[in-house]
Design a protein around this ligand. Structure first.
Ligand SMILES: [Zn+2]
Length: 159
């Protein structure tokens, strides 16, 4: 057997020199070659995992973009709820720690109650004054980590 690099008669071994499969003597193998085993074995290992990028994809925080808005007719709602409870503006104002004149302005719709007052009114009158407005669609939910879906599953579902 002849070394393909130096031409010397020797016990040639399969090796890879810059990706080319050659028979090399032990000396050349040490200097130039990489053992074939290392270089040519299971090229599948080199493949990049398909889901590598998707697993890192973070689902957008839905709540971040959620806005709270007062329900329409909130002032009438407060007024009727107060009357249902049999409270005067004085009494309601006393209970939530606001001045009577403030209650009056709120009920007339002249004053938009702060979040703090809204919470106190909701609790005191058993009403809901804010509605949550979702401005973000949840399209990427399928990619949530731990959902068990692969990219393949997702594509299949899309079709
Ligand atoms: Zn050689």
């Amino acid at each position: 057997m002849q070394c393909e690099l130096c031409g010397r008669d020797c016990d040639g071994r399969p090796a890879a020199v810059e990706g080319v499969r050659m028979m090399l003597c032990p000396d050349c193998l040490r200097q130039h070659g990489t053992s074939v085993k290392e270089t040519f074995e299971s090229p599948d290992v080199v493949q990049k995992p398909v889901l590598g990028g998707i697993k890192k994809h973070r689902v957008k925080d839905v709540y971040k973009d959620m806005d709270k808005e007062l329900v329409s007719g909130w002032n009438d709602l407060i007024k009727s709820a107060r009357k249902k409870k049999g409270l005067s503006r004085d009494e309601l104002g006393f209970r939530i720690g606001e001045r009577t004149v403030t209650i009056g302005k709120i009920e007339n719709g002249d004053l938009r109650p702060s979040d703090k007052i809204v919470k106190k009114l909701e609790k005191e009158l058993d009403i809901t004054l804010v509605e949550e407005v979702k401005s973000v669609s949840n399209v990427s939910a399928g990619f949530q980590s731990g959902s068990g879906l692969t990219l393949g599953d997702f594509i299949k579902e899309e079709k």
